[in-house]
Ligand binder design. Structure first.
Ligand SMILES: Cc1cc2nc3c(=O)[nH]c(=O)nc-3n(C[C@H](O)[C@H](O)[C@H](O)COP(=O)(O)O)c2cc1C
Length: 216
């Protein structure tokens, strides 16, 4: 089938998110200038560069009370956020933290999550997350929206510190079998990484060595 995205697709639900899958989940913690902590999952999330390391997440729509979603508002007010990675064990808490709540609600409390202090930024970390990226805001790109009054933002942050639970490090590598990150599919579906295959790249001795040019 083919459809123009300005026309009806004729399927039960919009297939876009099911097709762009799996998407890693950036579980973003921020703090407001009033000191209220906030936590929310964003699956329009990814790494965008490695030198310096940068990540992005995309808040779209508005907060139920009007104005920007809390994560976006807090990043703009304070210039900081933490991206907590969500694993299989934290799936229910991650989902609860997506609840549409009053701005005064702290989703760490709502989801019954323990916090841990960050090293370089103010927002707390989700203590039981297997990895955390402490981020400083770099830039927000305001994207067009076709929804009346809609807001589409792309928030980019530089990762200035990374925490990794020793439990997921084995022989100097991240052990995916111990990490078990969850990712978003379409609809209400998720996946968990529990299968890995390895495929060395031609001309690369190890995953961090620059590509060697092969003379022919
Ligand atoms: C797995 C998952 C992924 C989500 N991804 C996004 C996303 O990429 N962008 C977005 O605007 N909302 C996304 N949401 C919805 C937000 O988490 C939700 O609107 C939340 O209340 C926003 O909170 P905030 O106002 O505290 O930032 C997602 C929800 C879930 C459960």
């Amino acid at each position: 089938m083919f459809y123009k995205t300005t026309d009806p697709h004729g399927l039960k639900f919009n297939p876009l998110k099911a097709l762009i899958s799996p998407r890693p989940i950036g579980w973003i913690s921020t703090v407001s200038t009033d000191g209220v902590e906030n936590l929310a999952p964003y699956s329009f999330f990814n790494g965008v560069s490695d030198s310096p390391p940068m990540v992005m997440f995309c808040p779209f729509g508005t907060h139920a009370e009007g104005g920007d979603k809390d994560s976006l508002k807090n990043v703009h007010e304070t210039g900081e956020f933490v991206c907590n990675m969500a694993d299989w064990n934290l799936r229910e808490e991650m989902n609860v933290s997506a609840s549409s709540t009053a701005r005064s609600v702290d989703e760490f409390d709502l989801a019954g999550l323990e916090r841990a202090p960050s090293e370089l930024v103010k927002p707390s970390r989700v203590k039981d997350s297997p990895a955390h990226f402490e981020c400083r805001h770099v830039q927000t790109v305001t994207l067009p929206s076709t929804k009346p009054g809609g807001v589409n933002s792309l928030v980019i942050g530089e990762v200035i510190g990374i925490h990794i639970d020793e439990r997921i490090i084995k022989d100097g590598l991240i052990d995916m079998a111990a990490y078990r990150p969850i990712a978003r599919l379409g609809y209400f579906d998720y996946t968990v990484v529990d299968e890995v295959f390895t495929m060395p790249r031609p001309g690369k001795a190890d995953p961090d060595t620059p590509q060697v040019m092969v003379k022919t």
